[in-house]
Ligand binder design. Structure first.
Ligand code: V0V
Ligand code: CO
Length: 149
């Protein structure tokens, strides 16, 4: 059902400083940045492996853009650090339904838009031994991708 680690989400106070650390320390380059208004974050994606066509794993650096956002709340309580882990799947709808049927709280009725046009949902950390867990279908992994253009 889950085929890989898609990304590790890391909460940071200042995205530019954190990106600079990852570049200077490990040589990572930023592959993509975006603001996700709904999620209340500005984010940078650093690719670890895979290609633009799929199979990639990422470090997702997250800076809050609003005080009432999940990442801002997390930072205030815990400080910087690992915020969530995201498992990749070709079928986020099916995976969420299956996990939900096993008694884990799925936070969204329908998957929402994530980085790079992925579709994402979250599982409640209290039902996952303290780990905020994201399920994600990357745009490239979605059924039918590439068939229409
Ligand atoms: C909260 N808790 C966590 C946690 N956040 N535990 C582990 N990891 C986290 N990241 C714990 C917290 O310590 C509390 O336990 C309890 O859950 C309730 O937390 P709270 O601070 O009162 O916060 P809530 O209940 O208002 O919100 C928690 C949830 C929220 C998980 C419901 O953070 C949420 O909706 N997250 C999903 C959306 C999200 O995180 N978006 C940002 C990433 P104690 O201390 O009382 O025991 S966006 C993203 O990943 C994108 C766009 C992408 O991948 O494409
Ligand atoms: Co994420």
């Amino acid at each position: 059902m889950l085929t890989r680690i898609d990304h590790i989400g890391i909460a940071c106070r200042d995205l530019d400083t954190t990106v600079a650390f990852y570049r200077a320390t490990y040589g990572f380059e930023v592959h993509h940045t975006e603001v996700n208004e709904e999620q209340g974050v500005r984010e940078a994606m650093l690719r670890i492996n895979g290609t633009d066509d799929g199979g990639a794993s990422w470090i997702q650096l997250l800076e809050p853009i609003r005080e009432d956002s999940p990442v801002a709340k997390w930072l205030a309580k815990h400080g910087e650090g690992v915020h969530h882990i995201a498992f990749g799947t070709a079928d986020v709808d099916g995976a969420a339904q299956a996990v939900g049927a096993r008694g884990v709280r799925v936070l969204y009725d329908e998957p929402r838009r994530g980085s790079m046009d992925s579709r994402i949902t979250f599982l409640h950390p209290k039902d996952c031994h303290g780990v905020l867990t994201e399920l994600v279908t990357a745009a490239q992994d979605a059924p039918g991708h590439g068939e229409h253009g």
